[in-house]
Each structure stands twice: as structure tokens, then as C-alpha cells.
Write a protein that binds this ligand. Structure first.
Ligand code: UDP
Ligand code: MG
Length: 167
């Protein structure tokens, strides 16, 4: 099944200069890149992205982490990868959530760590299901920023300019 998945290179991945390495690892999957940008993560975007975890004790630290507050840089790289079984392929390459439990050859197993305050700094985010992927891609990207559309779009007129929006 052709899928899309949202990938974030998290602030620790950027701080450790892992972007090139992560892109090389992603190319092993033979998936196609469909979108990419550098994003300054607001608290609102962080809260929406991790809304399912809002009751977890680590939620506040997680918001700080993804906003770059632990790494002195308020940015992540956001990408959409596209292709057959994209979600599973990228999750496998990323490895388990807990970097100590992740396969040591996976991205998280190779580069992740658990901080003394208990946050899993695991370098990369990858959508974990089709439902999450759709929600996350629509949250991080506008239709015009993505090369292939697998989710329906509609044309809207804003300030007399026609643009695409998620249906
Ligand atoms: N996380 C954490 N401690 C935990 C669980 C999760 O710090 O006990 C962080 C970690 O950075 C993880 C993110 O919260 O990647 C989102 O958690 P989720 O359970 O969705 O894991 P993922 O889908 O990223 O593997
Ligand atoms: Mg998740």
C-alpha cells in the first residue's frame, strides 16, 4: 500500500549534525521524498503534534525538547516520505522509542540517549500509523508543499489568490 509518513529530524539530531547521515539511511528504504522544510516549532505546534501524550508526566519536557529548548536551537527539519509501506519502513529504520531498547543499528539505537531528567532524545520522529501520518502531515504541511497528494485537497480563494487546502 502506498503511504506517506512524517519524519522530523529533532533538535538533538540537528545539534549532532546528523542530517546527512539520516538522509542517507532514509535512502536505503527506496522511498521518495515528497516534502521538506526547516520549521521553527511553536508551543502550539508542539502541543498539537504530541496531543495524544498530554497526560504523560514527561509532556512538558517533551514540548521543550521538540521546541529545541534543550539544544539551543528552535528548529527541526520536517519531511514527508512517500511509497510502498512507507510508515513501517521508516519506523523500522528509526528503531524503538526508547533508545536503550532500540536495535543498535537503527537511527535511534545509534544516536539516541536518555537524559538524566528522563527524556528520550531519539534524534528522529516517524509517524506510527496511517491515522497518525495523515494527522501529522496535515498539521505540518500545506498541500502545495507536498509533491504527491494521497489525501484529498480542495481549492480555496484567500485574498483573491487561489490555493489548495486539505479537504
Ligand atoms: N518519550 C519520552 N519518554 C517516554 C516516551 C516517549 O521522552 O517514556 C518521547 C520520545 O522522544 C518519543 C516521543 O516522546 O519519541 C513521542 O512518544 P511516542 O510514544 O509517540 O513514541 P514514538 O512514536 O516517537 O516512537
Ligand atoms: Mg508516536
Amino acid at each position: 500500500m502506498v503511504q506517506q509518513t512524517l519524519i522530523l529530524i529533532k533538535p538533538d539530531g540537528l545539534k549532532k549534525s546528523l542530517t546527512g547521515n539520516i538522509l542517507s539511511r532514509l535512502s536505503e528504504t527506496k522511498l521518495e521524498i515528497a516534502a521538506a522544510k526547516v520549521v521553527k516549532v511553536s508551543r502550539k505546534l508542539a502541543e498539537e503534534h504530541y496531543s495524544e501524550l498530554k497526560d504523560k508526566p514527561f509532556f512538558e519536557d517533551l514540548l521543550k525538547y521538540i521546541q529545541g529548548e534543550f539544544h539551543g536551537r528552535r528548529k527541526v527539519i520536517a519531511m514527508v516520505y512517500h511509497g510502498e509501506d512507507a510508515i513501517k519502513k521508516v519506523r523500522q529504520l528509526a528503531g524503538a522509542t526508547n533508545p536503550e531498547e532500540a536495535d543498535p543499528t537503527s537511527i535511534r539505537g545509534s544516536y539516541g540517549r536518555i537524559t538524566t531528567s528522563g527524556v528520550y532524545e531519539n534524534a528522529i520522529h516517524a509517524s506510527s500509523s496511517e491515522k497518525d501520518a495523515e494527522r501529522e502531515i496535515k498539521l505540518w504541511f500545506k498541500p502545495e508543499e507536498i509533491i504527491f497528494h494521497i489525501y484529498p485537497v480542495k481549492e480555496v480563494t484567500r485574498h483573491n489568490v487561489k490555493e489548495l487546502d486539505w479537504e
